[in-house]
Design a protein around this ligand. Structure first.
Ligand code: 4AD
Ligand code: MG
Length: 467
């Protein structure tokens, strides 16, 4: 076969130089036709759209078409012509077809319309479907948007460690990292495991958040953001939790809670606008197939100011709803950690737009948050979104050394792990704030998918670490 430089299908479909001889490579989505003419829909992953290959079977060896089955990989040379009816402006009249890889007849994606549950079990192949092609192109664009946003603002991309000896959120949901022989653990006389002979000479885990090290970065570089994998061994089998997820954590010196909220709102709107500006082919497909309100919901986010509401007011609204007959599965009272149903009620039914809930009871939030004057609440802020619930969690940080130290003692956080963190408050402390955006929750929102397992290529959840 004559060697012609490959054109990606996304570029080909934009071209207007009809008559040009081109080469495309990709995987067969469908083949139909008759003895007189064959139509092959080819996709190379560069776009949701296929290019139609038209071939006259008489002009080819018979053997070739036996191998052009769904899933087979082809290289096609041919003439680019204006299309009559394929839904695209361009198609290719093939004069040469090479089968780069035949596809075995037990290929699981023969037919269209497999359920998402079925495809989850075939996560290594589901990437080849329209749905997952769209989702992962959008996911990639969201990563690009995030870096663009912070780089434009002069934030420093700061890499925090994945292996750590501290539990940032203090929730004890960490995966341990060890090279010890688990069948022969060295223990002290009380039966506690000794780690002095372990790889790091102490107990270590996978990080649940890069925030504490992020604060070290912000109080030196001014404004940083992290963007990396985080791990939580929380046994919550929900459509919104993963054991391994990606988080973006900006941290800014001198920002107080108001500026932190402004940043979060601007950031998330920037990402949503980016999706509308760069991913319309994929969003149109997802809107059509999964969520008819997707695009209008995304546009809606850009128009509205987010509601800013103290937790205490939020509880009143929920209690009021209950008094008027609304039923929740979980109880509502001041001090409760809100469930997703409560968050979604505030956003979807009460305000009908995103809500930033602030000033939570200190007992249900992490140790590092700045105490309010009331002594009961802390300067926390959770951004609550339609369909998602909590998409961002953040706060202004406690900058006062003595106040922070007393919380650390109150909560029995081992001081030997915290001295480096407390040093930020001893050596030129300053007000500072930050937040964490769950990357997959953003991708869930932007794609309109319903299950977080469908927006990360290879999800890690309880009892599932396949692929
Ligand atoms: O609210 P979280 O636990 O906050 C922190 O980790 C802070 N250290 C962030 C900061 O202030 N720098 O987590 C932040 C966000 C949540 O709002 C949620 O979007 C996401 O991370 N998240 C998860 N996403 C998927 N699966 C899980 N198990 C998640 N846990 C949290
Ligand atoms: Mg949170």
């Amino acid at each position: 076969m004559e060697k012609i430089a490959r054109t990606k299908i996304v570029d080909l479909l934009e071209r207007k130089d009809y008559g040009a001889i081109v080469n495309v490579k990709g995987w067969v989505r469908t083949r139909r036709g008759s003895k007189k003419v064959a139509f092959i829909a080819l996709n190379d992953g560069s776009t949701i759209n296929n290019v139609q290959i038209v071939a006259d079977p008489a002009a080819f060896e018979e053997e070739i078409f036996k191998e052009v089955t769904t899933g087979a990989c082809l290289s096609v040379n041919g003439k680019m012509v204006q299309s009559q009816g394929s839904g695209q402006k361009v198609e290719i009249q093939a004069h040469d077809i090479e089968v780069l890889g035949v596809c075995s007849s037990d290929y699981p994606l023969q037919k269209k319309g497999h359920s998402l549950e079925f495809l989850r079990e075939k996560a290594h192949l589901r990437l080849r479907t329209n749905t997952f092609g769209a989702v992962f192109r959008v996911r990639s664009q969201m990563a690009y948007a995030i870096h663009s946003f912070f780089q434009q603002k002069g934030f420093v991309y700061f890499h925090t460690p994945i292996i750590t000896a501290s539990d940032c959120e203090g929730a004890g949901q960490m995966f341990q990292v060890t090279t010890k022989n688990l069948y022969d653990l060295k223990k002290d006389s009380n039966g506690s495991i000794l780690y002095d002979d372990d790889f790091f000479g102490k107990m270590t885990s996978l990080t649940v958040s890069g925030q504490l090290e992020g604060e070290l970065g912000a109080t030196a570089l001014g404004a940083i953001y992290t963007f990396g994998p985080t791990f939580r061994a929380e046994n919550s089998n929900t459509p919104r939790h993963l054991a391994e997820f990606w988080m973006i954590e900006p941290e800014v010196a001198f920002n107080e809670i108001q500026e932190n909220m402004d940043l979060a709102e601007e950031f998330i709107k920037f990402c949503v606008k980016w999706a509308l500006d760069h991913c319309m082919d994929d969003l149109n497909f997802l809107n059509e197939m999964y969520d008819k309100e997707l695009i209008s919901r995304l546009e809606g986010i850009l128009k509205e100011d987010f509601v800013r509401l103290p937790y205490t007011e939020g509880i009143k609204i929920l209690e009021d709803a209950i008094a008027h007959g609304h039923k929740f599965e979980f109880p509502v009272y001041w001090g409760v950690d809100l469930a997703s149903e409560h968050e979604r009620f505030l956003v979807e039914e009460h305000f009908k737009r995103p809500v930033i809930l602030t000033d939570y009871p200190k007992e249900i939030k992490a140790f590092y948050m700045k105490m309010n004057e009331d002594g009961k609440t802390v300067r926390a802020m959770d951004v609550l979104f339609p369909k998602i619930g909590e998409i961002i969690g953040g706060s202004e940080r406690e900058a006062d050394y003595n106040k922070l130290l007393s919380v650390i003692k109150e909560r029995n956080i081992p001081m030997k792990d915290m001295s480096w963190y407390l040093d930020t408050r001893r050596f030129g402390t300053c007000p500072h704030s930050g937040f964490g955006l769950g990357f997959e929750r953003l991708v869930l929102f932007v794609t309109g998918m319903a299950n977080i397992r469908d927006v990360i290529p290879f999800p890690r959840t309880p009892n599932n670490a396949e692929f």
